[in-house]
Design a protein around this ligand. Structure first.
Ligand code: PLP
Length: 394
């Protein structure tokens, strides 16, 4: 969480005073207003505020008709929720390596495509931007859907276009650790009317549409869905957070650039598919060996608490996705994609060492989390600590 305060307190107080905390048309319509403001900010036709980023991914895939018998390609480095969303639809997640930018490697993803592949999920992890030209070219060549996981990259751009709006659908997360937050929350972004109708129906218990006329133009028959609706308290917080997004991004990006410019002759950083579009949440130092990376992280830790190697980030790495690696896709065997007849001929042989390139890259990288609110004094202290921790001078 970067910036939250009186504005959010006031907005929540207003919702409580209205005594209408549920998303209905005689309340304050915070959710509806957030969606309108979000569409304008991110340049998308539709946005559905939901309970989580995971809910947004599941809703998108469900709306696209992805299910048993299908495969969806995900990167080896992403939070487990990306892969779990695939499993939730009945489809099988197929894991691809990441490239030097730590985002999905389009060349490896291409090798993983089979006649069953329906979609690919590029994940803009840590605000780093995926190679969307390469991903979209793949999608076009093989007739795949692109569903962008922009959960960690709200407001990031690729060649000037907001991530989450380049594929047919995109997902944001507004969980505590994200760029803007309401504790837990998320949103689906799409400009596809058909997908939007189906996702509306799915995420809102078969399409109750509490805003009265929101579904009048729908041609889609209702089907049984889920309960991923947001509430007005969170929506009110998100309206305030959205106003803070651009100032946060501006300060994150400025601080990141300042540090990288300052240190460019002393350190190597991982490359980026779009340095301008990168969200600026982390400076990724890159070392020749894991030993150097660990030396650096340990040396800066007393000054910089958040410095860490991404290889140590537990369920962000495929080999730690235990239920997936061990193929336990659901409690009930008939609901478990790894046991379904439709999937029986294409269950992957998940192995802990199946993506060696990803593991090697993550072991040689150190993240240094950027704060948009650093003072000049704090920056000087941090720079000094980083310089002293250089493994070359050990
Ligand atoms: C890359 C990525 N995808 C998906 C998710 C799921 O988002 P949520 O926690 O809002 O369900 C997260 C959340 O941490 C994430 O980091």
């Amino acid at each position: 969480m970067y910036r939250i305060g009186q504005e959010e307190i006031n907005a929540v107080a207003e919702v409580i005073q209205s005594k209408m905390l549920f998303k209905v048309n005689n309340g304050l319509r915070c959710a509806e207003n957030f969606e309108k403001e979000g569409c304008a900010r991110f340049g998308t036709k539709h946005m559905i505020l939901m309970t989580s980023g995971n809910a947004a991914l599941i809703s998108a895939m469900t709306a696209l008709g992805i299910g048993p018998g299908d495969e969806v390609i995900v990167p080896a480095y992403t939070y487990i929720a990306t892969a779990m969303a695939v499993v939730a639809t009945g489809a099988i997640p197929v894991i691809a390596e990441v490239d030097e930018t730590l985002t999905i490697d389009a060349a490896d993803a291409e090798k993983k495509i089979t006649p069953r592949t329906k979609a690919i999920i590029p994940v803009h992890i840590m605000g780093f931007i995926c190679d969307m030209d390469a991903i979209c070219a793949l999608a076009q060549k093989y007739g795949l859907y692109v569903i962008e996981d922009a959960c960690q990259a709200i407001g990031g751009t690729y060649h000037g276009k907001n991530v989450g709006t380049i594929g047919i659908a995109g997902a944001h997360s507004y969980q505590q650790a994200k760029i803007i937050t309401c504790g837990e929350g998320g949103a689906l972004l799409t400009s596809d009317d058909d997908l939007y109708q189906k996702a509306m129906i799915y995420h809102d218990s078969n399409g109750i549409a509490f805003f009265g006329n929101q579904m009048d133009s729908f041609t889609m028959e209702p089907f049984c869905g889920n309960e991923f609706r947001i509430d007005e308290v969170k929506a009110a917080i998100m309206r305030e957070q959205l106003k803070k997004l651009d100032p946060i991004l501006q300060d994150l990006r400025r601080n990141k650039k300042e540090f990288m410019d300052e240190l460019k002759d002393e350190y190597t950083f991982i490359p980026s598919h779009d340095p301008e579009g990168d969200c600026g949440v982390a400076i990724p130092f890159f070392f020749d060996t894991e030993e150097d990376a660990r030396y650096f992280a340990d040396a800066v830790k007393p000054t910089i608490m958040g410095a860490h190697l991404p290889i140590d980030t537990d369920r962000h790495i495929y080999c730690n996705w235990t239920p997936i690696m061990e193929k336990r896709g659901a409690m009930h065997p008939a609901m478990d994609p790894f046991k379904m007849d439709a999937n029986k001929d294409h269950i992957p042989d998940y192995r802990k060492d199946m993506c060696p390139k990803t593991l090697a890259l993550l072991s040689r990288t150190v993240y240094f989390k950027v704060n948009p609110d650093w003072t000049e004094d704090r920056k000087a202290v941090l720079l000094d600590a980083i310089r002293k921790a250089n493994p070359k001078n050990r």
